[in-house]
Design a protein around this ligand. Structure first.
Ligand code: AMP
Length: 215
């Protein structure tokens, strides 16, 4: 969990690689639906571009469908979900039905003023989705993706000043209230997201590995 630009996607990808788990990003799933022109894609395109939240029903349904797939049987990393109290309740029910539970909720903390600069510089590989930043994380070879060698990159439709302001307000108003809920369940690990990318990764790993999952 964390505000837009905190580094959720970047760190979730690294955790997925480190622990051999799948990364389930609801933002990516919705962007893919928009790109593929599916029914869901048509319903969410304008909402997503404006920075507003897509309805709980739609998001909960795509997560439920995705975690039923076999690659999620041993666990998964949720990125960008849950974002509302109602989504958190739905997630608890879904997991209980599978005999699963949340082991760790990682909160990446970043000051609001830093987020605007972070978001302004970010782009990703059009082929594999690898995340880059003009200032903090450029590809090793200019205009060539480090991961897949792709040469086309894109920017998100909601990474403009207006939509970012909406997303930041929603984070503070709708999503941050979930933090005390997870704190009470002893699953919350709060990380300083102002550090360099590698240091944030190291902090997350040590928070996870140094904490017994609660049964
Ligand atoms: P993200 O890539 O996580 O920043 O998500 C981008 C956008 O997708 C959000 O601003 C919402 O419009 C939509 N979205 C992603 N995840 C959710 C969610 N859990 N609930 C509602 N909308 C979501």
């Amino acid at each position: 969990m964390g505000p837009p630009g905190a580094g959720k996607g970047t760190q979730a990808k690294r955790m997925a690689a480190a622990y051999d788990l799948v990364q389930l990003s609801t933002g990516d799933m919705l962007r893919n639906a928009v790109e593929d022109g599916t029914d869901v894609g048509h319903q969410v395109k304008a909402v997503q571009a404006s920075g507003e939240l897509v309805s709980d029903d739609i998001v909960v349904a795509i997560v439920a469908e995705r975690i039923a797939e076999s690659d999620c049987a041993k666990g998964f990393i949720l990125d960008g979900f849950p974002r509302t109290v109602s989504q958190a309740n739905s997630l608890d029910k879904m997991l209980a039905g599978k005999g699963m539970k949340i082991d760790h909720v990682v909160e990446i903390r970043v000051d609001d003023e830093k987020l605007i600069a972070r978001i302004a510089g970010r782009f990703s590989c059009s082929d594999c989705g690898a995340a880059y930043h003009e200032q903090f994380n450029r590809p090793k070879v200019e205009n060539v993706c480090d991961i897949c060698g792709g040469v086309t990159f894109n920017r998100r439709s909601d990474d403009n000043a207006e939509a970012v302001a909406v997303r930041l307000n929603l984070y503070h108003g709708q999503t941050a209230p979930l933090l005390p809920y997870y704190e009470a369940q002893h699953t919350l690990r709060s990380i300083d997201g102002m550090a360099a990318i590698d240091q944030v990764t190291a902090q997350i790993k040590s928070a996870i590995e140094g904490t017994e999952a609660i049964d």
